[in-house]
Design a protein around this ligand. Structure first.
Ligand code: NAP
Ligand code: HSE
Length: 429
């Protein structure tokens, strides 16, 4: 059959959906030439037909009825940009009806990706999800294809734009947490439920996707250790700076002899570390492979046009596939199921902020508790916070987390310690 266009149904016209439509409008000639065929958006699903849109589209394209897209035999490709797990039924229906699927939905790919990709394979189709991690930065394709010759040893990155935006504004401009969050939301970086960003869940979804591809393993989302930034205080950012660090929300995945380690948590990063220079909504990912060495990917991790750029790149790939009748293989369904190592078996250095009685013996007691658990101290600051009370900030050397936790438990029982205010890991490499 000779076709004049690849026809698309878009589910969602919010931040990313509008970015996709804008790119299709401004770069139409180049996209047509790269795809080798016209691309036509035939219908767009929204919740509210009257809502003002960030891009001009014919009102006749909009619908609130998803069956107008899923049941239209002319539509070859469904681009899912609604977000959330409720989109799953639409993605499944699209695949059963032999439509290609493109999505930016990390929640869905991290929790149901394996089953959806099997459904795609059973229907002779594929799911493309470059935009689900790192916004405009190419990460999925490099891990699937370009770095395929390597055994990947380690991934370390900043993969949530909203939290990085908040941390940057708090650190460089002394902005309040809630004001920085409101700006990140106004700029379209945050999830519909921003708790997913703040509590580290969004980054954990993304780490699950990346780790699956990097370590060739089925990742069960609930095996990722997750801690967010919602309790972070400006004081900790200031102390970190005084000690020569900044605080970032990191996602880390490693393959060790005893299994995988997968974690998302805030960490102090030396100001000289390249990740310390990743500011605002930008993301960065280090990938360490046994053949290539260290590779770093950097760029805008959220926002309409950067994320739209990844979606439209997937669309060009799909259009070429449809036009030339060739299919890229789905490698994700051949993953192993590797063991994940518990966090307490890892070695980490820690930053700790405490309030203590300003009296003799407190310091000695602290030092004792650490030395009994074989945890050695690297840096200490003590300041009077108010009459009779001292604020103590410590940085430990790297030891088993189990030992640090035991030292922390014994400190908390010590009468000179009034409160443990903050505990964060320190990453030096
Ligand atoms: P958004 O601005 O909230 O847009 C969601 C769109 O989906 C809206 O147009 C909404 O319609 C429509 N929609 C949602 N539920 C619907 C329903 N039940 N029925 C009909 N329409 C529905 O979200 P977004 O920021 O574009 O994010 C979309 C996806 O991309 C998410 O999976 C997100 O995680 C991912 N992502 C976002 C970014 C980013 O920078 N924002 C970056 C990478 C990935 P109305 O407009 O009528 O309300
Ligand atoms: N809410 C996400 C972020 C969007 O801030 O990184 C990009 O995936």
């Amino acid at each position: 059959m000779v076709r004049d266009a690849v026809k698309v149904g878009l589910l969602g016209l919010g931040t990313v959906g509008a970015g996709v439509m804008k790119i299709l409008q401004i770069n139409s000639e180049q996209i047509r030439s790269r795809a080798g065929i016209n691309i036509e958006v035939k219908k767009i699903l929204v919740r509210d037909l009257k809502k003002p849109r960030a891009v001009e589209v014919e009102s006749s394209l909009l619908t609130t009825n998803v069956t107008e897209i899923l049941e239209d035999p002319e539509i070859d490709v469904v681009i899912e940009l609604m977000g959330g797990l409720a989109a799953r039924v639409h993605v499944e229906e699209a695949l059963r009806r032999k439509k290609y699927v493109i999505t930016a939905n990390k929640d869905l790919m991290a929790t149901a990706g394996a089953s959806l990709l099997r459904l795609a394979r059973d229907n002779g189709r594929n799911i493309y999800y470059e935009a689900s991690v790192g916004g405009g930065i190419p990460l999925i394709r490099p891990l699937k294809h370009s770095l395929g010759a390597n055994k990947i040893l380690r991934l370390v990155g900043i993969i949530n734009g909203t939290t990085n935006y908040i941390l940057t504004r708090m650190d460089l401009e002394n902005m309040e947490f809630n004001d920085a969050l409101a700006e990140a939301q106004a700029r379209g970086f945050a999830e519909q439920n921003p708790e997913n960003d703040l509590e580290g869940k969004d980054a954990a979804y993304k780490l699950s996707i990346l780790a699956g591809l990097a370590f060739n393993s089925q990742i069960h989302f609930d095996t990722v250790n997750v801690e967010g930034i919602s309790n972070l205080k400006q004081r900790d950012i200031l102390y970190a700076r005084e000690l020569g660090f900044t605080i970032k929300l990191l996602a880390i995945g490693e393959e060790r002899a005893d299994g995988l380690t997968l974690r998302v948590h805030p960490a102090l990063v030396p100001l000289t570390h390249p990740l310390a220079g990743v500011l605002y909504e930008n993301n960065a990912l280090y990938v360490e492979g046994n053949a290539v060495g260290e590779v770093m990917f950097y760029g805008p991790g959220a926002g309409a046009l950067p994320t739209g750029s990844s979606v439209v790149a997937d669309l060009i790939d799909v259009a070429r596939t449809i036009n030339h009748h060739v299919e890229n293989g789905i490698i994700e369904i051949a993953f192993h199921d590797k063991k994940v190592v518990p966090l307490e078996e890892l070695e980490s250095a820690f930053y700790l902020r405490l309030l203590a009685e300003d009296q003799s013996g407190v310091f000695a007691g602290l030092a004792n508790a650490f030395s009994e658990e074989m945890v050695s101290l690297d840096m200490i600051i003590q300041k009077r916070s108010r009459e009779g009370e001292a604020e103590i900030v410590l940085v430990t050397h790297a030891e088993k987390e189990k030992s640090f936790n035991a030292a922390l438990a014994s400190i908390q029982k010590f009468s000179g310690i009034k409160a443990v205010k903050s505990v964060y890991r320190v990453i030096r490499k």
